[in-house]
Design a protein around this ligand. Structure first.
Ligand code: ASP
Length: 440
């Protein structure tokens, strides 16, 4: 028998109907031993997440006003869930206590954490499983940084005493016991931490999509779901803007070598996406790429100087200028007498002229300019290194779509090819690359 840890997102626990789906999933597989719930999310477009209502409560309390109005909406949601599930449990008592504690503590993290806490209590009653309060087992240091090893020890010990338990997501505590939360979406992290401490065989992250898509569906119509990808590929894709999992959620499980499975609570029969240490290599119908992701709003700093290649320390002086102004860069493709640096626009806002001036002083280039309006697209996949002609196919697709390439960068792992293009070409380029590599 294996051990599985399941995390259910806010939309997977938004109402009683979803609680039933969750129970059916958990009961269908005895390997599920620990469950990490989020707070109830949106039930429909325009609905408000319980976590957002809790932050509203806190803001009102903080400014000396009554939080009755938003708390009433919160109370309605939990009362309805408990009533529809016919739970023999005093939800009203729990809600009154919570409302009073939010008023008394005046602490935003405490207020926000109650969404997960109350959902966790209700889910544990409904499943008839133990409840472990995350406040006791997820540890932050005094500065509020997550204390990974301390938590792993404390959590590992606690899990030994519970063969099945619900542990609410999103929060933990400072050394003095006060509640502290992760950033928004942080239940993903809690799930990964529990999976590591439980030495789970798999961390199953249940959400409202059937996995990680090969491209952003707002740009590419009906992109395919990625069946399997490695943690390294996921990192490349999420760095470039793809989102499904909270970024920090990858580290605990990646570190422990535990695969993550992204699944859809509303379509539990779908296999979802498996994120693994190393992909098996047999991509469906010979597909060489895993996914495409992109980001707008970059600038290209282009520098030219005759004989640059033989000038000792040239590159260092350019990068020193950036460092001196606290600017970090994304990519650094170089030619013999040219050097380009790709920088996110937000890094440059106030420092553009000073940087140019400094580089002029220290490097005396023949020409230097910064052009804005660049978008980056990363085409990612381990398969690319084994497949000749990948770059040719990519560039040809862009050529045929009439897209001018402003910059090319291929990581030394050959796991990705990044192209810089004009912002106006972003959507065209994404679609062209997708169509070139993905067969319907
Ligand atoms: N409920 C929290 C949020 O809305 C955490 C989470 O759902 O993961 O951000």
């Amino acid at each position: 028998m294996g051990i599985k840890v399941a995390k259910f997102g806010g939309s997977s626990l938004a109402d009683a109907e979803h609680f039933r789906k969750v129970k059916a999933i958990i009961e269908s597989d005895p390997d599920y031993r620990y469950v990490v719930p989020s707070a109830p999310g949106k039930r429909f477009d325009g609905d408000t997440k319980v976590t957002d209502l809790l932050y509203q409560c806190h803001r009102l309390v903080e400014s000396g006003r009554s939080h009755e109005e938003p708390f009433r909406k919160i109370a309605e949601r939990y009362t309805q869930i408990a009533a529809e599930l016919e739970l023999d449990f005093d939800v009203t008592g729990m809600l009154n206590e919570t409302s009073e504690a939010i008023r008394r503590y005046k602490n935003p993290d405490f207020a926000a954490s109650r969404g997960e806490y109350m959902n966790g209590v209700i889910l544990s009653k409904y499943l008839d499983w133990d409840f472990i309060d995350a406040q006791d087992v997820i540890k932050f240091d005094r500065q509020g940084s997550f204390a990974a090893e301390w938590t792993n020890e404390v959590m590992g010990e606690a899990l030994k005493n519970h063969s099945r338990a619900v542990i609410p997501g999103f929060y933990g505590s400072y050394p003095n016991g006060d509640v502290h939360t992760f950033s928004r979406g942080g239940s993903d992290i809690t799930g990964a931490i529990v999976a590591r401490a439980a030495c789970a065989d798999v961390y199953v992250n249940w959400t409202d999509v059937s996995g990680f898509m090969m491209a952003d569906p707002r740009i590419v119509k009906d992109p395919k779901i990625i069946r399997e990808l490695s943690y390294a590929e996921l990192r490349e894709l999420s760095y470039m803007g793809a989102t499904v999992l909270h970024e920090d959620a990858i580290f605990p499980v990646h570190k422990a070598g535990i695969p993550t499975n992204i699944r859809n609570t509303n379509a539990p029969q779908d296999p979802g996406t498996m994120i693994v240490m190393k992909t098996s290599g047999d991509r469906e119908n010979g597909q060489v790429i895993t996914g495409i992701a992109g980001h707008k709003n970059f600038s290209l700093l282009s520098i030219e100087k005759a004989m640059m290649n033989s000038e000792l320390g040239f590159g260092r002086r350019v990068l020193q200028a950036l460092e001196d102004f606290g600017v970090s860069f994304e990519h650094l493709p170089t030619g013999i007498d040219t050097m380009s640096v790709v920088i996110a626009d937000k890094e440059l806002v106030t420092r553009k002229d000073q940087i140019i001036q400094r580089i002029q002083q220290t490097c005396q280039p023949d020409t230097i300019e910064i052009s804005a309006g660049i978008a980056l697209i990363a085409t990612v996949g381990h398969g690319m290194s084994r497949t000749p002609g990948t770059a040719a196919k990519l560039f040809n697709a862009l050529y045929e779509a009439g897209v001018n390439i402003r910059m090319i960068d291929q990581g030394s792992s050959e796991m990705n090819i990044i192209v810089g293009i004009n912002i106006e070409d972003f959507e065209t380029a994404m679609n062209a690359i997708y169509r070139a590599f993905v067969k319907d």
